[in-house]
Design a protein around this ligand. Structure first.
Ligand SMILES: [Zn+2]
Length: 78
């Protein structure tokens, strides 16, 4: 599987994601460009803004990625 997920207009390596917001951004500002987007924190303090679809895809990709690593560990134990 790909080690990248697409967020905004970028391919982001999954291992660079530190955390992903659970709820969409809301600050009440009429001029806010981030309303309804999910904050994604990357290493080195970078922030990206994901749509709900991108947020869900990224979470699934990270889960699948970690799942593969756990399978590898189990195979080594045999
Ligand atoms: Zn805002």
């Amino acid at each position: 599987m790909s080690v990248f997920c697409q967020i905004d207009d970028k391919h982001v390596p999954l291992y660079r994601v530190v955390w992903i917001s659970v709820v969409p951004h809301f600050c009440g500002s009429e001029e806010c460009q981030r309303e309804g987007l999910y904050e994604v924190q990357l290493e080195q303090g970078e922030t990206l803004w994901a749509t709900a679809d991108e947020q869900a895809r990224t979470l699934h990709a990270i889960e699948a990625w970690h799942g593969e690593e756990e399978d590898d560990l189990l195979e080594e134990g045999d």
